[in-house]
Every structure is written in C-alpha cells, then in structure tokens.
Design a protein around this ligand. Structure first.
Ligand SMILES: O=C(O)Cc1cc(O)ccc1O
Ligand SMILES: [Fe+2]
Length: 464
C-alpha cells in the first residue's frame, strides 16, 4: 500500500517523474529565458552550474542543473578537517574494511547512548567496496538519528549519490532544491554534491543508506514486461524550489555562522560561511534529489512455476560499464501472491557472483525466521560473493511440506537488498562496534542457527 499523501505540510510540494528535465521557481521570473548565464541574471541572482556527469557525457546520460541563487557556493573560507570526526565512518586509514567470506547477520541497530546524534553523527558505515577517489564502488550505512542537525548547518558528500532507505521515523530533509519528507517505506536519493540538512519529523529515525561512488541510479530495463511495471517513472517525486534569505550572519565569536560539512574521500571537513546554502530561488536541470514511495511498486512474478530471479524486484539500478551488471541494484521484496505449481516457493539455495546486503523495513522475510536472533526490522545480513545461503532449515522444511495453494507472502512486510557486482568489505564498526556505543550486533551463530541442522532427504537413490 502506498504511504498516504494527505496531511503533509505545504512546504513538501513535488514535481513528478524520473529523470525529467525540470524547472522550478520560488519567485516568478527567477529563471532566465532562452539562456543560462545572462550578463545579469534575473532578480540580482547568481547563476551557478552543478554537474553530475562530465560535460561531455553522452546526451542520454548527461546530468546537470543550473541554480539561480543569492550568493555563489564558492564564497567560503577553506575547509578544515574535523578531528576527531564524530564517528569512525569518517576515518579512512584506521577504518579498513575486512573482506571475509562468512555469512553475516546483524541484530537491529539501536543506539542506546544518552548522547543524541544528528544525521552526520548517526550515519555509520557498515560495509563498502572500492574507492571514492577513483569514483568506483559504494558504501553501505546504517543510521540512527535522534536529533535535528543544528540550525545553520548543511552537509554534502563529494563521494557519491546517497540512497536513503527510511525504516523507522521520518526525515525532514531540506535541500538546495527544496524540501523532501521521507517516511518509512519511502526512499530518497541525494546526488553527489547537493547540500542538505536533516531534521526529524517525529521521534528518532533509523534506516539504511547506500552511497554510490560511480554512475547514477536509473530505472531498470523492462524488456518483455513492456512499457509499465516495477517502479513507474511518474511516481518519483522531486522538490520545488524553496529558499531563505540569510546572507550576512556573523556568530558572536566573530566567525561566520553557517557550518558546511563535507564528506570527502570518507573524511569529514568543515567550513563556515556567512550565507545560507539554501538560497536557491530557481533551478532547472535533470540533476536533483528525489523520493519514491515503495508502496507504489508494481510487482510482477511467476504465474506458472519456479521462483524467478530477484531482479524482477529491482527499483533502481546503478549500472557498471558491463551491460546487465550493476555496481548497485536496489531491490525490494514487497507483499505478493505466490501461485507457483510444483514449486519450492521461497528463494532457492544459491551462491552468487554478486554480493547481497539485505535489510528489513518492516514485517518478516519468507526465507528467514524473525524473532530474537533472527532477521528482524532494523537488522541486516550480508552474503558476500559466492557465500552460500538460502532459506534457514525451518523455512525450508515448511515450504517443502506446505500446501501449494495461492498464497500472499510478505503481507505488511518489506525486505530489501543492495546487490553489487563488487566484493563487499565490512567495517570494524560493522564487525565489532569496538569504538561504537551500540554494542555487539553481529549474530555469532547465524550460519549454525540457519543451516547447521539442514536435513538429509536423500534416500540412497530411492524415490521418496
Ligand atoms: O538471498 C536472498 O534472500 C535474496 C534473494 C531472493 C530471491 O528471491 C532469490 C535470490 C536471492 O538472492
Ligand atoms: Fe541471496
């Protein structure tokens, strides 16, 4: 079911469509007509170009936006490194990733510390691959956020596009392009370089995020499915321009009041400036943040026999240079009818060349037990390149013996997967949380518990 669109404050207004060339004016005539950079842009604004691809990228991939703002982004003193950074996610040398073939599963990530964490502090890298300096790879994050970012603060990542999967609590996100509300069962993508502020729309918030160091998310090809299906383009929502006038504040200590934090090669830097970065009065282009309600996903599946590949559940895909091979696919497992005849209906046992990081937004997952020590909302699992996995013994035996009537699975549930062609390493924090305050979350007995007791059904070559 789609997340209801009623009763939301007017500041959250959206334009619809995926990858459209859009424009938005918070004040009429903020955008120049017929050109991008007139001698004097309208209304005394500065014209600033923000590119998301090389200038010369092919037309169908080219991404850029023209921003018309009160002051240009460059007006700030040099950045300085934040030391110590607010958490270990931002340390590059000390925070090496561990590449291990074990199946891993984590209990729900909770932060019981008394200290409240804002977005920048609450974002923890659990896994990753590649290198932002080479624009190759990805980072996988868990966040638990318990307070708004301070006023007059903004954050951006130079490392990549951030896909946010909201699991609990809603995020009130102010971007240079306008406001976005992201609620549980909704996702949001904030592309590389775009400045934003994150507040809490209610209580604390928890979720997952994937940072894409290369390329951008696209909708998957539909092939024989036809021209509609899966995530439909018109259901993606893009904010409308919204700005504030704040271009001259100085803090009492004589320093400029606005703090801009940047994640740059996984390090954290800060500068202070006198003007609000949220001063964009109008913009036009195809490089912008957007959101999507996972409840609008149009799920397809087998209506005859056998369990199809999970690629039919792909919401967004970030292709690599190799056709059909994604640096990151974002895949969901929504409620759906299973009707397969003579079919083992849950996922089959498998070993994949792709790595699979999974999380659970709500409910349960048909191949894994819930409850304590199981796969539960807010928890996660990682099945790395060629690491065998599949239904746990209980789910297997149940599905093997179950009556094959039409059955709705996943009612009230939504699991998801970040699938990547890259081998994924796990951070120290992800493995041990040594420096963290969240305690040990790795389930030591995951594999034994799930598959230690798989039964022999072989009857010495005799049919059952
Ligand atoms: O491992 C998993 O649970 C994810 C998954 C689901 C599925 O339906 C088929 C393959 C697959 O990797
Ligand atoms: Fe899998």
């Amino acid at each position: 079911m789609p997340v209801t669109q009623f009763d939301i404050p007017e500041k959250y207004s959206y334009q619809n469509g995926f990858d459209n060339y859009l424009e938005s004016e918070a004040v009429p005539h903020a955008l120049p007509i017929g050109q991008n950079s007139p001698q004097k842009p309208p209304l005394g604004l500065y014209a600033e170009k923000l590119s998301g691809t090389a200038f010369t990228a092919p037309r169908h991939e080219n991404k850029q936006t023209w921003l018309y703002r009160i002051l240009p982004s460059c007006a700030h003193p040099p950045f300085t490194s934040c030391s110590p950074p607010p958490n270990e996610s931002y340390i590059t040398d000390e925070n090496k990733l561990h590449y291990i073939p074990n199946q891993l599963r984590w209990d729900p990530f909770d932060d019981d510390s008394k200290e409240k964490k804002d977005w920048v502090e609450g974002l923890h890298r659990v896994a990753g691959a590649g290198d932002p300096t080479l624009k190759q790879g990805l980072g996988i994050y868990l966040y638990v956020v318990s307070r708004d970012m301070d006023e007059k603060q903004a954050f951006y990542s130079a490392d990549g596009d951030l896909l946010i999967v909201c699991q609990e609590g809603s995020l009130d996100i102010r971007t240079e392009f306008g406001w976005i509300l992201v609620r549980p069962m909704e996702i949001c993508v904030v592309p590389r370089g775009i400045k934003y502020w994150v507040g809490l729309a209610q209580g604390k918030a928890r979720g997952y995020a994937l940072e894409l160091y290369q390329n951008h998310f696209v909708l998957p090809e539909l092939g024989p499915i036809g021209s509609n299906g899966l995530a439909n383009a018109r259901d993606f929502q893009v904010p409308v321009a919204s700005f504030e006038e704040d271009h001259g504040s100085t803090a009492s200590d004589g320093k400029y009041e606005w703090r801009i934090k940047v994640k740059f090669n996984n390090g954290l830097f800060e500068t202070r400036q006198r003007h609000s970065p949220f001063d964009v009065v109008g913009w036009h282009g195809n490089y912008y943040p957007f959101k999507y309600d996972l409840g609008r996903f149009n799920t397809v599946g087998s209506v005859s026999y056998d369990h199809p590949d999970p690629s039919i559940f792909t919401v967004l895909s970030a292709p690599s240079e190799r056709q059909g091979t994604a640096v990151a696919d974002f895949v969901i497992f929504p409620p759906r009818w299973l009707v397969g005849e003579d079919t083992f209906r849950p996922p089959w046992y498998h070993r994949n060349t792709m790595s699979e990081f999974m999380g659970l937004i709500k409910g349960g997952y048909d191949a894994k037990k819930g409850g304590k020590g199981g796969f539960v909302p807010g928890g996660a699992s990682l099945h790395n390149v060629m690491s065998g996995h599949g239904p746990d013994v209980e789910s297997y035996e149940g599905a093997r013996e179950g009556e094959l009537r039409p059955q709705k699975v996943g009612e009230g549930s939504c699991a998801f997967m970040f699938e990547s062609c890259l081998m994924v390493g796990v951070s120290d924090w992800g493995l041990k949380h040594e420096r963290g305050v969240w305690g040990e979350k790795v389930q030591e007995d995951y594999s034994e518990h799930s598959w230690g007791g798989v039964k022999v059904h072989w009857k010495g070559g005799k049919a059952e």
